[in-house]
Design a protein around this ligand. Structure first.
Ligand SMILES: O=P(O)(O)OP(=O)(O)OP(=O)(O)OC[C@H]1O[C@@H](n2cnc3c(O)ncnc32)[C@H](O)[C@@H]1O
Ligand SMILES: [Ca+2]
Length: 494
């Protein structure tokens, strides 16, 4: 008996208690591994969607955004899922037949239906923001502007989406939301490095927006935001009539007065010659009104292709003579000194990208344009047979305008020119005001930084699993080298 007891004491695996403990260990281990697997398994992601229609002066674009439902307050989580370009011109071109404005959106609304899961249609907000084209129409004919807006509202309200409004946004909003978009996409709000200014060149207006170290002197140019726990005072200004289509009319107006039958233009290529109607130049509130007789005339627009002369003629569209603030850009508009880096998008990008000037210094850009503007029109057409005729004819003018606006208008220098990046998209999402507009209206940018857990959930579960296995191994090693702690009473040991 004594021998048997001794044997059992030496081979504790035979002890009922040990078997019991081992069974519990193994069961606990299996449970832990199972929990870790289940918790770490990717849960099917739930997405939310939002639609913004950018009713610009030249055209309307529909943007569909998507984001993971539970992460909507994190910077950089919303991305552009899809875009649809509305056929035809901008909604302001439907002034004489307002019902056509709403009708023109139908195709892209159908397209959006196919791009968002049907069960999400009802909860997907849809917004429309109209910009400078509608601002001009409102100035010219407020009744027609109202009718056009009523028409687009009706179309959006009849869609299955959650209609959240259609309005003409202000120039300050256009500038500020463009700034929010580029900095949200660049994840700059939660970085110490600071933010990026935004430069937007549309067809009818242009915006400049940046954080200025100096206090903004004029209240009209100041916008305050508190985002992710930081305060930003923005300088922003929108120049109505200084988008690339309207500014061409301003430049032509200066050269066309008094109305002649032909016009020699250094901003168009040598050999370019087209008959145009005077009405096409003077049909906007951006230029002076002329008498009806002159309005019905036409003129021949001849190119002479000279960059330096083109620049001098473009300088005439800016007024540098009056400034009631400490400093101004042009037309008496206050502007603090340029600071930091800038993202330049829309036509800034389209034009500079076409001219292959997105990565060049200001001096090289001027040299490039000198050669380009002087190239005969026939050679240009031959080189770019597929490019839209209107764009192609105007790249010399547009490029020269961009350089003049940035250097002489906004006071960029040869030195800080390199801080401008000409951008179209940031990580597959277009730079523009629409994303910032939606983020703001859906309260997706919190004023205070959301609390973030120390580590992601998956990491936490994995860490707990590893620590448990580690403890189990320690326990086994302890048993192997020191034996099982005795369960018998001290009396028996004695
Ligand atoms: O902001 P607003 O002023 O309302 O105008 P928009 O929103 O319609 O203006 P866009 O940025 O869409 O375009 C700016 C201008 O660039 C023109 N544009 C678009 N694509 C272009 C391209 O590939 N090359 C040259 N010009 C282009 C367009 O016709 C406009 O005149
Ligand atoms: Ca625009």
């Amino acid at each position: 008996m004594a021998e048997q007891r001794e044997m059992k004491a030496k081979t504790p695996w035979h002890s009922g208690k040990v078997i019991c403990v081992a069974v519990f260990f193994i069961a606990a281990l299996i449970t832990l591994v199972a929990i870790a697997f289940v918790q770490n398994k990717p849960i099917p992601q739930k997405y939310k969607y939002g639609i913004v229609l950018d009713a610009g002066s030249s055209h309307t674009a529909v943007y569909i955004y998507e984001w993971p439902a539970e992460k909507e307050n994190n910077t950089g989580m919303v991305r552009q899922r899809h875009t649809c370009a509305v056929k035809g011109k901008g909604i302001s071109s439907y002034a004489q037949k307002s019902s056509g404005a709403g009708q023109s959106l139908m195709e892209c609304i159908e397209d959006a239906k196919g791009n968002i899961p049907a069960d999400k249609h009802e909860e997907t907000p849809v917004y429309l923001g109209a910009t400078a084209g509608m601002r001009l129409l409102r100035m010219q004919d407020s009744e027609s502007a109202e009718e056009v807006m009523t028409s687009v509202k009706a179309t959006l309200m009849s869609s299955p989406f959650d209609y959240q409004g259609a309005r003409i946004i202000s120039g300050q909003e256009e500038g500020a939301f463009g700034w929010i978009t580029v900095n949200y996409l660049g994840k700059n709000f939660r970085k110490a490095a600071g933010t990026m200014g935004a430069l937007d060149l549309g067809g009818a207006s242009t915006q400049i927006t940046f954080v200025s170290g100096q206090s903004v002197e004029s209240p009209d140019n100041s916008m305050d935001f508190r985002l992710y726990g930081n305060d930003y005072q923005l300088y922003t200004h929108s120049f109505l009539c200084y988008g690339k289509d309207q500014v061409l009319k301003l430049a032509l107006e200066k050269r066309l007065m008094p109305v002649e039958t032909s016009l020699e233009d250094p901003c168009f290529h040598p050999g370019y010659s087209e008959k145009k109607s005077v009405k096409n130049v003077f049909d906007t509130p951006c230029v002076h009104t002329i008498n009806k007789e002159d309005m019905d005339k036409s003129f021949t627009h001849n190119g002479t292709g000279n960059f330096t002369e083109c620049q001098s003629s473009i300088m005439k569209v800016f007024n540098f003579s009056q400034c009631t603030n400490s400093r101004c850009s042009f037309n008496g508009v206050y502007q603090p000194p340029i600071e930091g880096t800038f993202g330049a998008f829309s036509a800034f990008y389209f034009v500079m990208n076409f001219l292959n000037l997105t990565g060049h210094s200001l001096a090289d850009s001027k040299r490039g344009l000198e050669v380009y503007c002087n190239t005969p029109w026939d050679a240009i057409k031959e080189r770019h047979p597929t490019v839209k005729h209107k764009y192609l004819a105007e790249y010399c003018f547009s490029g020269t305008y961009i350089l003049t606006l940035l250097e002489n208008g906004y006071n960029f220098t040869f030195e800080n020119w390199k801080h401008i990046s000409f951008i179209d998209k940031i990580e597959d999402s277009n730079a523009g005001w629409t994303l910032g507009y939606m983020l703001n209206l859906t309260n997706m940018i919190p004023a205070e930084a959301p609390d973030t857990p120390l580590m992601p959930h998956g990491g936490f579960v994995t860490l707990v699993l590893f620590l448990t296995i580690f403890l189990l191994i320690l326990l086994l090693l302890w048993y192997k080298f020191l034996g099982l702690p005795s369960c018998s009473s001290p009396k028996e040991v004695v």
